[in-house]
Design a binder for this molecule. Structure first.
Ligand code: WTA
Length: 640
């Protein structure tokens, strides 16, 4: 892992120049905020992070109070709120019943075709309880794993919450993954139930999920039952021995159900994410610490007062959706908007029209979407004043200053601050971000959230000078941090705690400017961000290699003006096979089959050899430098 120093220095200077201007909140806006001094809250929390998180934890309901807030007894398996008892679903849902929140809208839903649905907290509570009883009747127990493969429907929230209430772990798999990818994740978690939907609508077309679930269940023998939500009324194969309609399962069930008393450190869910090998990592989050981090960040970063309409445009299949479509808004007792569809149908003003229609107060989206909207021109958002919008957010990849400024000017109309929030599946909640009261720089993520200590260091862990690139690390622990990798504690230790001694290794490159603002520059490892979706190069390569014509394959991310990165593959064919346009298409199809439509392949090049180390590892860094015409850097390990 050698840094491309030259490249980083050049980029650093460009960005520093772009960063000179501060965007400061107006006096009127500042007066409206709950937190008015960014540095002060950071200083206070920094003096005693344990106290800070203890206060945050008191905003939740505990069945039994913890004995110890933080324990480093079995490093790096850190523990929070040790001895405490609680339940993430209880905090997100049950505790609102009997309070004024009960009759408030919890979920607003709309899909691409314009269908809408709406649920109050009480209605969500009843739906979840019915499903709890339904799942129990299928044999789901505390400690089991339930796989969820669904579009962005209210039922995905019900399913996640129902699992937690039982004390079972959910494992949500993004609906853009293929049957094979779904099956791999099901098998790793040994899930015995799969909850899915018949299908959904995307870009005017019907996207079927049930056939994918069927195929996955053949590969993953652990699945005994498939629960199917009827969403698009498509004709699907139905195996009455194994399959049950969601509406049939819940129809006669009681709308009351007990909530399991969980230990704070009991796992709540596993979420698979890509890393350096082709096997995805099952990131484990827990009942106690996770909601503490999520609730504190959503409230502070978006200045929630309790009545917001919150629209996070991610998908519940990724961590952003877990934390800021489902759990965060519900923990805070506000209204979350779920949109199942693309942002430019029927026209490129769909999002702005929805912001006005639902009076959205906070819009949390990704740079790739902002760039896509930018391409359609300024006239589309111009038609909408969007006075309800107060705060904007960005997440998933670095936001380039041009996109930042466009978002600020044309969507925020110059009055809404942009919270560029850096975090990861593993961190559970936002880690580096401004707060609305802060002065902002277009393209910088800001500073560590209160209670978080981050830095940029060299490979020996020594802090680098401001303006110089290095590895982004977290120097302390926080409640919503990953606890382990499911079934693989050794990989957890090695990936996060052994790369650089004594700190959490994020895998990202960054630099800090003279004002202490962090600028995130992308990954150091083999993880790609395609349209904000996290994909491992090794996973994509194994997809190519599973085709009989392919001998070897190296995959890199190539910059793309809209998607951030797209995938280019370099393929060596087996003897007897000839490269052709047809074969390219076939290979792309093969990757789609093994990983799913989420892995968008932009280009395939047939080559005779790939740059490798002595031990036979493909040097993707060299491939990338050659492709982009950059300096290759240290090639001492290169043999061919
Ligand atoms: C990248 C998504 C720059 C980063 C929440 C990180 C970002 C990876 C930002 C995690 C941001 C996320 N600026 N880069 N604001 N937010 N990233 O697990 O490379 O899907 O390591 O979590 O996304 O991706 P993940």
């Amino acid at each position: 892992m050698i840094m491309k120093k030259k490249k980083i220095d050049r980029e650093t200077t460009d960005v520093l120049l772009a960063s000179e201007k501060f965007y400061r909140p107006s006096r009127k806006f500042l007066a409206s905020l709950q937190i008015k001094d960014y540095e002060k809250v950071r200083r206070q929390a920094g003096r005693d992070p344990i106290k800070f998180w203890t206060e945050a934890a008191r905003e939740l309901v505990w069945f039994k109070e913890w004995e110890k807030v933080f324990s480093a007894k079995s490093k790096p398996f850190y523990q929070w709120f040790v001895g405490g008892q609680c339940n993430l679903a209880y905090n997100a849902l049950d505790r609102h019943i009997g309070t004024p929140v009960e009759n408030k809208t919890a979920i607003l839903w709309e899909d691409e075709t314009g269908r809408t649905r709406k649920f109050t907290y009480r209605e969500v509570y009843q739906e979840v309880n019915k499903l709890v009883n339904g799942l129990k009747s299928l044999g789901v127990k505390r400690g089991d794993r339930v796989a969820i493969y669904m579009p962005n429907l209210p039922e995905i929230a019900f399913a996640m919450l129902a699992c937690l209430k039982i004390g079972a772990m959910h494992s949500v798999v993004y609906a853009g993954f293929s049957a094979q990818a779904l099956a791999d994740r099901i098998m790793d978690a040994k899930a015995k139930i799969l909850i899915t939907a018949d299908g959904s609508f995307r870009r005017g077309k019907e996207v079927m999920l049930k056939p994918v679930a069927d195929e996955a269940a053949v590969l993953a023998k652990t699945v005994k039952k498939i629960v199917v939500v009827k969403n698009n009324n498509a004709a699907v194969n139905f195996n009455p021995q194994r399959d049950v309609w969601y509406h049939d399962l819940t129809k006669d069930m009681s709308a009351e159900a007990k909530c399991a008393r969980m230990d704070a450190e009991d796992p709540a869910f596993v979420l698979y994410t890509s890393g350096t090998t082709s096997k995805p990592k099952g990131v484990v989050h827990v009942h106690g610490g996770y909601p503490v981090g999520v609730l504190r960040t959503i409230k502070w970063v978006f200045d929630l007062k309790g009545d917001e309409i919150f629209w996070c445009t991610a998908d519940p299949g990724w961590i952003t959706g877990h934390s800021y479509i489902i759990y965060g808004p519900l923990l805070a007792g506000i209204t979350t908007l779920q949109y199942e569809g693309v942002p430019d149908l029927p026209a490129p003003d769909r999002m702005w029209q929805m912001v006005e229609k639902y009076q959205v107060n906070v819009l949390y989206t990704a740079p790739t979407l902002i760039r896509a909207m930018m391409k359609y021109g300024n006239d589309w958002p111009k038609k909408y004043d969007m006075p309800s919008l107060r705060i904007l957010g960005s997440v998933g990849e670095p936001i380039n200053p041009e996109a930042w400024k466009w978002y600020h000017r044309h969507i925020g109309k110059g009055r809404c601050p942009i919270m560029d929030t850096w975090w990861q599946t593993e961190t559970g909640a936002q880690m580096i971000t401004a707060l609305p009261c802060a002065s902002l720089k277009a393209g910088a993520a800001g500073k560590p959230f209160p209670g978080i200590e981050a830095d940029v260091v060299d490979k020996n862990g020594r802090p680098v000078k401001s303006g110089q690139g290095g590895f982004l690390v977290i120097k302390n622990q926080w409640p919503s941090m990953i606890r382990t990798i499911f079934n693989n504690p050794e990989r957890y230790k090695k990936t996060y705690w052994q790369e650089i001694k004594g700190v959490y290794f994020t895998g990202d490159l960054a630099f800090k400017d003279k004002d202490g603002y962090f600028w995130i520059q992308g990954r150091t490892d083999d993880v790609l961000k395609v349209a904000g979706h996290r994909i491992g190069t090794a996973e994509v390569e194994s997809g190519f290699v599973s085709h009989p014509a392919v001998a070897e394959c190296g995959v890199i991310g190539v910059p793309d003006p809209v998607k951030g990165e797209v995938i280019k593959a370099f393929v060596i064919l087996k003897q007897g096979f000839l490269g052709s346009e047809e074969l390219k298409k076939e290979l792309v199809g093969q990757v789609r089959k093994t990983i799913g439509p989420v892995a968008v392949i932009k280009d395939v090049a047939f080559v005779d050899k790939l740059p490798k180390t002595r031990s036979g590892k493909i040097m993707r860094r060299v491939l990338k430098a050659q492709e982009l015409g950059l300096e290759v850097g240290d090639t001492s390990a290169l043999v061919s």
